[in-house]
Ligand binder design. Structure first.
Ligand SMILES: Nc1ncnc2c1ncn2[C@@H]1O[C@H](COP(=O)(O)OP(=O)(O)OP(=O)(O)O)[C@@H](O)[C@H]1O
Ligand SMILES: [Mg+2]
Length: 285
C-alpha cells in the first residue's frame, strides 16, 4: 500500500496533530482522546478535537456539546467546551443525538477532510483526532491526508484487543505514521471497600505489546466510576488522576523523542548536530 499516494493537507497554525485509535471498538479511544485533551488544556495548551468517528460520534456526549455548527462563509466554526477546547463532530450535523449518520465511505472520508481543512481551528498547540474502530476507509484517509505527527494506541488487556490493536499498529506503521505509544485501559479496578487494586482480565499485556512494536508503553488507566460519571455528565475533560498525569507525561516525552529523531534524519550526513534539545514543556506555535 503506497504511503504517500495522496497529498497531505497543510497543517495551518496547528503545531501538533495526534490521532488516538485502536482498531478495536469500545476500548476507550474517545474517552482517552478527551482525557488527554483536557489534561493538555489544563497544562496551558490550546487544544482542538476532531471527531473522526463520523458514523459513531461520542465526543459531543462526553463533552456536553451539541450543534448546529455555524459557517458564515469563511469556514466552519467549531463548538467550544467551557474550558475553551474547540470541537468538531458529525453529531453536530444531525438534529437528535439518536439520529444515525448513515453515509457511505466516500462521503465519510470527504467530511473528515473538510473537518480538518475547512474548519477555523485557528492557532492550536494540539489537535487530537478520535479515530473510529476498524482499519478501513477512515483510518486510511486520515493516514494519507492528515499531516499527523503521530498516533497513540489504546488497548485493554484482553488477548482479542491485543490482536486487533496490532493490526491497527501495523497499518499505521505501513503508512509511516509515527507510533507514539500504547495506553492500556480498564485493566484494573479499585475495591470500593478495602481500596485494594485488582486486575479484571489477568496480567497486563501492554508493555510486551508496546515493546514488540518498539513504541513506548505510556501507562495504564484503571476502570474508574468517577470517570464514567463525568462522561455521563458531559464533563469528562475535567477528570484528573495520577495515572492520567503519568500517561500524558509519557506521551509528551515520546513526542519529543519522535521530533528529535526526525531532526536527526533531516540533518545532512556529517553535519554537526546544531539542533537544540527539544523544549520540555508543551510545544508552542
Ligand atoms: N477508564 C475507564 N473507566 C471507566 N469507564 C471507562 C473507562 N474507559 C472507558 N470507559 C467507558 O467505556 C465505554 C467505552 O468507552 P469509549 O466510548 O471511550 O470507547 P471507544 O473505544 O471510543 O468506543 P467506540 O469503538 O465505540 O468508538 C464508555 O462507556 C466509557 O465511559
Ligand atoms: Mg469512540
Amino acid at each position: 500500500m503506497p504511503g504517500g499516494a495522496l497529498q497531505r493537507l497543510p497543517k495551518g497554525d496547528v503545531t501538533t496533530v495526534l490521532a488516538v485509535g485502536s482498531g478495536k471498538g469500545g476500548v476507550g479511544k474517545s474517552s482517552i482522546t478527551a482525557l488527554l485533551a483536557g489534561e493538555l488544556a489544563r497544562r496551558g495548551s490550546s487544544v482542538g478535537l476532531l471527531d473522526a468517528d463520523i458514523t459513531g460520534p461520542s465526543l459531543p456526549k462526553l463533552l456536553g456539546l451539541h450543534g448546529p455548527l455555524s459557517d458564515h462563509g469563511e469556514g466552519i466554526e467549531p463548538a467550544r467546551t467551557e474550558g475553551g477546547m474547540k470541537v468538531v463532530s458529525s453529531q453536530f450535523l444531525v438534529e437528535e443525538s439518536t439520529t444515525p449518520v448513515i453515509w457511505r465511505g466516500p462521503l465519510v472520508t470527504r467530511l473528515i477532510m473538510q473537518f480538518f481543512g475547512g474548519v477555523n481551528w485557528g492557532t492550536l498547540d494540539y489537535l487530537l483526532l478520535d479515530m473510529p474502530p476498524g482499519t478501513s476507509d477512515v483510518p486510511l484517509t486520515v493516514f494519507q491526508t492528515v499531516p499527523l505527527d503521530g498516533m497513540v494506541f489504546v488497548t485493554t488487556p484482553q488477548e482479542l484487543s491485543g490482536l486487533i490493536v496490532k493490526k491497527a499498529m501495523n497499518m499505521a506503521r505501513e503508512l509511516r505514521i509515527p507510533l507514539l505509544g500504547l495506553v492500556e485501559n480498564m485493566g484494573t479496578a479499585r475495591c470500593p471497600h478495602c481500596g485494594e487494586t485488582f486486575r479484571l482480565y489477568g496480567p497486563s499485556r501492554g508493555p510486551a505489546l508496546a515493546q514488540e512494536f518498539d513504541t513506548p508503553f505510556l501507562g495504564e488507566l484503571p476502570v474508574d466510576p468517577n470517570l464514567s460519571e463525568l462522561a455521563d455528565q458531559g464533563r469528562i475533560d475535567t477528570y484528573r488522576s495520577p495515572e492520567l498525569t503519568g500517561v500524558t507525561d509519557q506521551l509528551l516525552r515520546s513526542l519529543e523523542e519522535a521530533r528529535s529523531r526526525t531532526l536527526t534524519v533531516l540533518r545532512p550526513a556529517g553535519e554537526a548536530p546544531t539542533a537544540r534539545a527539544p523544549p520540555s514543556g508543551p510545544p508552542r506555535p
